[in-house]
Write a protein that binds this ligand. Structure first.
Ligand SMILES: *Cc1c(COP(=O)(O)O)cnc(C)c1O
Length: 372
């Protein structure tokens, strides 16, 4: 048996014709940066998310960074981020000169705990960045209420959650603005780096369009000291070709998750993801927890089941953040999560039979570990 963690090539080849048509169209257009393809994708993605605007940018990190810049976040400011997230969420704040202030998650959902967020707000706090981790939304209503009370901006980090719902409402339209990554392995992935921002705020959208293009609205006139963070025509065309398949692919992921939920229920030593009644996740990852994570991963590898760890080390324990001085033990929930999480194979081209084989392999591996 050999079940890969994720088969990106197979996923993209399900739309081979549409993607090849898109790339050919760009080749023959003679126009490769910020043109018709980018505008068309921005329009389609805004409609998909139910926002007034979508702005294509170079990648997901830039999407968060440019939003913080557009909101005027800078040195001396604090930005509340999850203690357990991909490091990009923190780096976006750091690259503005602001300080990322980590807040611990709710254990079962892995998402930001609103009760702990309030305690972390200071007069320097400017923004909260909830991450919809593993494809399930954070609990947004209490966060938006806190933001209103303290006059803060809420930026969704939606890099792992294209299409997820919160109380029936779509990701991307839940905060003041949202940042997306279209990195190849995300639920909506390009054939290279790409990112996007959604918002209903007209003024913010115009500022972002200016910032991503050297601070320029008119060629060779630079109103702002901007950046080069443009989405290119090729990636935009590929994303437009792939977007219509996203909901179907997310449903296929949910079917795999349902097989895991059912097949792996009732194992005392194995913690499964918890889905609150208000959440409709898109299962970017299906993450389980076990005290002997590394041994479990090794046994699954021997059985031909590919797994990954998201993530082995929390941002505050990365050498990149040594200067924050957050020693081992400062964020115990996050640290325990990082020691114990394991992501099982997940993707829209996985078959239900493969999912059942993963269930059997996990059950056998956990039984052997728990008996030892
Ligand atoms: C992938 C990811 C990002 C960064 O996206 P890039 O396109 O790789 O820059 C940010 N936040 C989270 C939670 C991610 O998973």
């Amino acid at each position: 048996m050999s079940i890969p963690f994720l088969d990106l090539k197979a996923i993209n080849l399900t739309q081979q014709d549409e993607i090849e048509q898109a790339t050919r169209r760009v080749l023959h257009s003679g126009w490769y940066v910020l043109g018709k393809e980018v505008s068309a994708f921005e329009e389609a993605f805004a409609a998909y998310c139910g926002t007034k605007h979508a702005i294509g940018v170079a990648n997901g990190l830039d999407a968060i960074f440019l939003l913080l810049k557009a909101y005027g976040v800078g040195p001396g400011d604090e930005v509340i981020v999850p203690s357990n997230t991909y490091i990009a969420t923190w780096l976006a704040a750091s690259h503005c000169g602001a300080t990322p202030v980590p807040v611990e998650p709710v254990e079962g959902t892995y998402n930001l705990d609103p009760a702990r967020v309030e305690a972390a707000i200071t007069p320097r706090t400017r923004a909260i960045i909830p991450v919809h981790l593993y494809g399930q939304t954070a609990d947004m209503d209490p966060l938006m209420a806190l933001a209103a009370k303290h006059n803060l901006k809420v930026i969704e980090d939606a890099a792992q959650a294209h299409g997820a719902l919160y109380r029936g409402r779509k990701v991307g339209a839940l905060g003041h603005a949202a940042a997306f990554s279209f990195y190849p392995g995300k639920n909506l992935g390009a054939l290279g780096d790409a990112g996007g921002i959604t918002t209903d705020d007209d003024e913010l959208a115009l500022k972002l369009r200016t910032l991503r293009n050297y601070g320029s609205q008119k060629k060779y006139h630079n109103e702002l000291a901007g950046y080069n963070s443009r989405l290119d025509e090729l990636q935009a065309a590929v994303l437009s070709a792939k977007l219509p398949a996203l909901d179907g692919q997310n449903r296929a992921r949910a079917a795999i998750a349902a097989i895991y939920d059912q097949g792996l229920a009732g194992i005392a030593s194995l913690r499964l993801p918890e889905v609150p009644e208000w959440a409709e996740p898109v299962w970017h990852l299906y993450v389980v927890r076990h005290a002997q994570r590394d041994a479990l991963a090794a046994r699954l590898a021997d059985a031909g089941v590919g797994t990954l760890v998201h993530y082995p080390l929390p941002p505050h324990r990365q050498p990149a953040y040594a200067d924050l001085g957050l020693a081992e033990g400062t964020l115990p929930i996050s640290e325990a999560i990082h020691r114990e999480v394991l992501s099982l194979p997940m993707g829209p081209t996985m078959t239900e039979d493969q999912a059942r084989q993963v269930v059997l392999a996990v059950r056998a591996a956990v039984a052997a570990l728990d008996a030892a």
